[in-house]
Design a binder for this molecule. Structure first.
Ligand SMILES: N[C@@H](CCC(=O)N[C@@H](CS)C(=O)NCC(=O)O)C(=O)O
Length: 206
């Protein structure tokens, strides 16, 4: 059985969306944020104290872009992953990692200093710096994407990775950095039935 620990609209949404795209049965635990402080025994579930956490029997995954690829390659075959012998393989892997390591990383430092830190520890100038850094990275990522999807000319798990970074930008005050083209791209992702099922599965916004 697959079990996912998730917080509403957090990075673990990538894993939830991937489960829905794959049509796999799963148990979902929606935790209060931040789980490290608000969910008892969180460090037993994941020593890092973070979500997502996916258990597949004894196997534990804690990275939001590893989980979609794991599901596609373990429970495929599916076009949601790109195989090593396909021309788009390199771009697929690159965008899969880029969504988290290049885009969501500066977004979360921005959020930390703008929103999550106790009021007296917030640093608006650092928050702004990371927001602009995110913006310039997003502009450059956009120049590398394919016309309709990030890689392989079809929807893949790499779109879940990058699409989530766009979704986060649009919901946490970073929308000024999202171009019209990326808004249209995200709209096409948001209209996917699996995206809508994932939104419904996580319940009302926290
Ligand atoms: N690189 C990891 C980062 C995981 C992570 O930092 N998750 C955040 C949620 S968006 C979290 O659990 N934050 C709570 C905390 O650090 O206390 C991933 O992509 O899953």
């Amino acid at each position: 059985m697959l079990t996912l620990y998730h917080c509403t609209n957090a990075r673990s949404f990538r894993a939830l969306w991937a489960l829905e795209e794959m049509g796999l049965p799963y148990d979902l635990h929606v935790l209060p944020f931040p789980p490290r402080k608000r969910h008892e025994n969180m460090h037993d579930i994941n020593p890092l104290g973070t979500i997502p956490v996916l258990f597949d029997g004894d196997v534990r995954l804690t990275e939001s872009v590893a989980i979609p690829h794991y599901l596609a390659t373990k429970y495929g075959p599916t076009d949601l992953a790109v195989a090593p012998d396909e021309p788009g393989y390199g771009a697929y892997l690159n965008f899969l990692v880029m969504g988290e390591a290049t885009l969501t990383f500066p977004q979360t430092i921005h959020l930390r200093y703008q929103v999550f830190a106790p009021r007296e520890e917030r640093r608006p100038e650092i928050a702004r710096d990371y927001a602009e850094w995110f913006g310039s990275r997003l502009r450059n990522v956009e120049t590398m994407m394919g016309a309709s999807h990030v890689a392989a000319d079809r929807f893949t798990m790499a779109d879940i990775s990058v699409g989530y970074a766009v979704m986060l930008a649009l919901s946490v005050g970073l929308e000024e950095f999202v171009s019209e083209r990326l808004r249209t791209y995200f709209e096409s992702l948001r209209n996917r039935p699996a995206f809508q099922r994932a939104i419904a599965a996580q319940g009302p916004a926290a």
